[in-house]
Design a protein around this ligand. Structure first.
Ligand code: IPE
Ligand code: IPE
Ligand code: MG
Ligand code: MG
Ligand code: MG
Length: 355
């Protein structure tokens, strides 16, 4: 049996980089009837994993190990005159995040039946950018958080200046990794350029950093007299600050895997929807999870008067929004065969995760 879901007509995904030839401006704003095949729907029925012949926990553990090993080998060693700076970069990067962005990159390439292993340096570059964004996000001038990935935040451990520089170092290192020769040269030079351009757009003012700027402007103390944010504005912040990099991670795997325009467009929709779901669930966990599981403080969004889905919609509607985005993500993968099962399971994981 199929389920039907109508996306609201004001639903906007404005983060697909305009540079991609397959991008049609405004295409994502149209009402869209999604047909969801039951075998991939998001309810937690027993036997679900058997349907897809995979165990997402095992899959994640395996990929996390590969990413950890690659990160370790790609980082500069912490010795010599830059010991302190490199130690600060390594401290945050190797503190044990979930590695969702690199894993999504690898899984997108696998969905196209491309071997993921040679893409590990590109996947690690995405993790370096993400970690830089966390270091800066935690700074006193931003969200002012003391705990990250279960350990004191970078500025708590090394001081503010060193933390800012560790973030800067990781961002620059990412572009070094993205442009360094890969063993066996698996990606054409023009595709490599497309990947780098796409990531640069996704993490800049028209993406992650722009979203962070909007997030800070929307914070309670920064809008003492303004009305609460509209859902549409909050949706934009989430797509930009978190969705853009997650989308770019999927697109990186898509380009490296040789996606044609139709496949690229489908994977982009998948990335946008799980990117949105990811931040909605992040908002939810700030209210519902405990700090030990999460590895960071909880309740800090409410304390700072952050614009979040639970603050605007309450918990139940927030959960529905996350599920809706997850379902839309999985639905976008209809054109792919079983090689996309990891992406399908990753969408389920992102919606139901507890940390
Ligand atoms: C947290 O990201 C910050 C957001 C962008 C929502 P993650 O939940 O992926 O954090 P790590 O990488 O697992 O620590
Ligand atoms: C972080 O969003 C987004 C980026 C780092 C780009 P949050 O501020 O909600 O992330 P957490 O909750 O601190 O991990
Ligand atoms: Mg923040
Ligand atoms: Mg934060
Ligand atoms: Mg958060």
């Amino acid at each position: 049996m199929d389920h039907e879901l109508r996306r609201p007509s004001n639903h906007q995904d404005s983060i697909t980089p305009a540079s991609h030839p397959g991008h049609q401006p405004g295409a994502n704003c149209q009402p869209l009837v999604l047909r969801i095949s039951e075998s991939y729907c998001l309810t937690d029925r027993p036997g679900k994993l058997q349907n897809l012949h995979m165990d997402i926990k095992e899959y994640l553990a395996d990929r996390q190990t590969k990413v950890e090993q690659a990160l370790e080998s790609l980082l500069p060693p912490d010795s010599g005159p830059l010991t302190n700076h490199i130690e600060a970069m390594r401290y945050s990067l190797l503190a044990g995040g979930k590695r969702i962005r690199p894993i999504l990159c690898l899984a997108a390439a696998e969905a196209l039946s491309t071997s993921a292993e040679p893409l590990l340096p590109l996947a690690c570059a995405l993790e370096c950018i993400h970690t830089y964004s966390l270091i800066h996000d935690d700074l006193p001038a931003m969200d002012d958080d003391d705990l990250r990935r279960g350990v004191p935040t970078s500025h708590k451990k090394f001081g503010e200046a060193a933390a800012i520089l560790a973030g800067d170092g990781l961002l620059s290192l990412a572009f070094e990794l993205l442009t360094s020769p890969l063993p066996d040269n698996p990606i054409r030079a023009e595709d490599r350029l497309r990947i780098v351009h796409n990531i640069a757009v996704a993490v800049g003012p028209r993406g992650m950093v722009g979203g962070q700027a909007l997030d800070i402007e929307a914070e309670g103390p920064n809008r003492p007299t303004a009305k609460p944010l509209k859902l549409e504005e909050l949706h934009r912040i989430h797509c930009y600050k978190t969705g853009a990099l997650i989308t770019a991670a999927v697109q990186t795997g898509a380009i490296a895997g040789g996606a044609d325009q139709r496949q690229y467009a489908a994977l982009s929709v998948y990335g946008q929807q799980i990117g949105l779901a990811f931040q909605i669930v992040d908002d939810l966990l700030d209210v519902t999870a405990d700090s030990a599981t999460l590895g960071r403080a909880t309740g800090s969004d409410a304390a700072r008067g952050k614009a979040t889905y639970p603050a605007l919609l309450g918990l139940e509607k927030t959960r529905s929004k996350a599920t809706e985005a997850g379902v839309a993500a999985i639905s976008a993968l209809e054109i792919f065969d079983h090689h996309a099962n990891p992406l399908r399971e990753l969408a389920r994981y992102i919606v139901s995760r507890k940390r």
